[in-house]
Ligand binder design. Structure first.
Ligand SMILES: CC(=O)N[C@@H](CCC[C@H](N)C(=O)O)C(=O)O
Length: 377
């Protein structure tokens, strides 16, 4: 028995096989460009920015430009699904759903290439959302100075919600984030002579525990913060005391003020580690993302539109401690982001993430209706 799949599910599977890290999305960019260039070109203008792409669909009688953004990078994860279209890049995976985001965006471009609206539409295929961040530098680019949308929207897949539903809220949706990299350097030596060394594995373990106290002791309990250390490396072999250790993590806060406070406390604790463990420490806060703050009126209008005109089950959700550099676009352009239900047993950033593909055509259908309405109002 042969089962037919929709063109955009096929595209998703092909993109799923070629995940690439931020600003290295060369195959992805080529794949997207080949597809976009295969569409009727009369109304399209296509420009590249680094490994990203911007596609303008010229409207019939434009009075504004509506933007839609999809991110295109993958994560450094070894895929553990048993899908027949497994990642071909052994240590990289679309484990945050950007393969879905891209195929939905291509579905929308295809739709509006064939069904023009009055307003101009801008589709942004943005690199490096997982890091080091593509949205902020893209905003500064000459292309975006010329093509600055008046409104913008984007989605993120949500494994915890069923297909047929979205989750959204007015105002704050995602947290402020900052990466965190700490390098510790002490004195290594023989495992049997700890008193002649400064063991950086012990220092790193102590630091991880101390960092957790920032959330419980320095952040207002009615605010929220997260400090996660996702990776620790250090040492060389089991019977040598480690001279070096490296901690890699991320800080999340709901308020901008708490981010500044948490960073100050991280610096203070690291100074304490330097004194207490007689070592040198270097700290790098990596890339930072501005919170995702949904424009109240546009979000309300979107919810109202879906409730009145579609069968989408709209769930009003709480804010999440995830980060998204779409926050920079929302800082500049009125708009919103929403969660798209894709129903996966395993969550975002998990090696077994397996979103339901029905969500792709479903999303193309209700988002195209909404953009059509907005583009002709
Ligand atoms: C939606 C999502 O999962 N986004 C990422 C963004 C990562 C930002 C940066 N690399 C960091 O870790 O701070 C997330 O992890 O929330």
């Amino acid at each position: 028995m042969s089962t037919t799949i929709s063109p955009f599910v096929k595209i998703r599977r092909e993109l799923h096989q070629i995940p690439e890290l931020g600003f290295q999305e060369f195959k992805t960019q080529k794949y997207l460009l080949d597809y976009l260039q295969s569409l009727p070109q009369e109304r399209l203008e296509i420009k590249t920015w680094k490994t990203g792409i911007l596609v303008k669909i010229n409207g019939l009688k434009p009075s504004k430009m509506i933007g839609y953004r999809a991110d295109i990078d993958g994560l450094p994860i070894v895929e553990e699904t048993e899908l027949p279209f497994l990642s071909e890049h052994l240590d990289q995976m679309h484990a945050c759903g950007h393969d879905f985001h891209m195929s939905i965006a291509l579905g929308l471009v295809t739709y509006f290439t064939n069904n023009a609206v009055n307003d101009d539409l801008l589709f942004i295929f943005q690199p490096a959302e997982e890091g080091p961040g593509g949205a902020e530098p893209m905003l500064q680019s000459d292309i975006m100075k010329e093509w600055m949308p008046d409104q913008i929207l984007a989605l993120h897949i949500a494994p915890e919600y069923p297909v047929g539903s979205i989750a959204v809220k007015e105002g704050l949706l995602f947290a402020n984030t900052s990466e965190l990299f700490i390098d510790l350097k002490g004195k290594g030596g023989h495992a049997a002579y700890p008193h002649k060394t400064n063991d950086m594995v012990v220092a790193a373990c102590s630091l991880v525990t101390q960092l957790q106290s920032i959330v419980s002791r320095n952040v207002d309990p009615l605010d929220s913060a997260v400090i996660t250390i996702g990776k620790i490396t250090g040492g060389t072999v089991q019977n040598i005391i480690a001279e070096r250790a490296r901690l890699e993590g991320t800080i999340r806060t709901l308020s901008v003020e708490s981010m500044a406070k948490v960073k100050k406390r991280v610096e203070a604790l690291i100074k304490g580690i330097e004194v207490g463990y007689e070592c040198e420490a270097q700290i790098d806060f990596g890339c930072m993302y501005h919170q995702v703050y949904n424009h109240e009126e546009l979000t309300r209008e979107f919810i109202g539109y879906l409730n009145e005109n579609t069968d989408v089950n709209v769930i009003e959700c709480k804010e999440a401690m995830t980060g998204e550099d779409f926050g920079y676009l929302l800082e500049r352009i009125p708009g919103f982001m929403f969660w798209l239900g894709v129903d996966s047993e395993y969550g975002l950033h998990h090696a077994k993430l397996n979103p339901k593909e029905d969500a792709i055509d479903y999303a193309i259908s209700f988002i195209s209706k909404y953009i059509q309405y907005k583009g002709n109002e």
